[in-house]
Design a protein around this ligand. Structure first.
Ligand code: SF4
Ligand code: SF4
Length: 112
């Protein structure tokens, strides 16, 4: 089966692989319902049908800041870095300055 690969797409100009944001499954808590695997639209997970567990197979496909699979897991079996860690990443990489610049460019384009 062919998988999607988003890992080469930079996030606000930052190489995706420099950003440690992706889910971690706590195996002891997971009941193997598959909801995370079936929900993620970025092809981050495989599913190990033999052991009935999701596998984070393509971590850098994960959208930075997304935690949908963690939110919907009733077992709380999916962890992400903390909100503080995410904000540190945003500050460290000067994402807000990049965002403002991009926004200006878009505005100039739209006003043409
Ligand atoms: S949603 Fe939670 S319990 Fe269900 S397979 Fe994923 S990690 Fe396991
Ligand atoms: S956080 Fe979002 S993009 Fe990342 S694995 Fe979960 S559902 Fe997929």
């Amino acid at each position: 089966m062919e998988h999607k690969d988003f890992s080469a797409i930079p996030w606000h100009g930052i190489p995706r692989k420099e950003i440690e944001w992706y889910p971690k499954v706590i195996e002891e808590s997971c009941i193997g319902c598959g909801l995370c695997f079936l929900t993620c639209g970025r092809d981050v997970y495989d599913f190990d049908f033999e052991h009935r567990k999701p596998v984070v197979a393509r971590p850098y496909n994960c959208m930075v800041g997304c935690n949908t699979c963690g939110m919907i897991c009733l077992q709380d079996a999916i962890e992400f870095p903390s909100l503080g860690a995410l904000r540190k990443i945003i500050k460290k990489h000067k994402v807000i300055a990049r965002s403002k610049k991009k926004l200006k460019e878009k505005e100039a384009k739209e006003r043409k």
